[in-house]
Design a protein around this ligand. Structure first.
Ligand SMILES: [Fe+2]
Length: 138
């Protein structure tokens, strides 16, 4: 099921919340391109957009965590890397079998649903750390 960003997903940092909204949009675009079945090319474009968006977003988060000396940054970075690994698998599946409802559902699972869990379980932790007044490095 497609879900939009809502206040319950807010980490309380405007720039990050704004990017999470865009992440949902990129995820929905990918899902819709797959179910519309306009071919591999349209899906490949949406997948590339999703990847670029995630890269930019993770770069923002990672810089933020470094600036605030977040102690669990290493684990968090592993989770971002794992996200790209799953996108690679999705791309391989697209290449082998083409667009399908099953592929669309998997795409939603590894992008939108992953993000929802990641915000609740991980992003909230660094946000709390930042809001607790941790130092900002020079
Ligand atoms: Fe994250």
């Amino acid at each position: 099921m497609l879900k939009d960003w809502s206040e319950v997903y807010s980490v309380g940092i405007d720039e990050i919340d704004e990017q999470h909204r865009g992440f949902f949009d990129a995820s929905h675009r990918l899902y819709e391109e797959i179910i519309e079945r306009r071919g591999k090319e349209a899906v490949t474009t949406a997948l590339a957009f999703m990847r670029d968006y995630a890269e930019r977003h993770f770069t923002t988060e990672e810089a933020f965590m470094r600036a605030h000396a977040y102690p669990d940054i290493k684990d968090h970075l592993h989770m971002h890397a794992a996200f790209f690994h799953r996108l690679d698998e999705l791309e391989q599946e697209l290449g082998m079998f083409g667009p399908s409802q099953d592929l669309a559902d998997r795409a939603l699972d590894i992008t939108q649903d992953w993000l929802i869990d990641h915000i609740a379980d991980e992003d909230m932790l660094y946000a709390l750390h930042v809001k607790s007044g941790a130092r900002v490095s020079a």
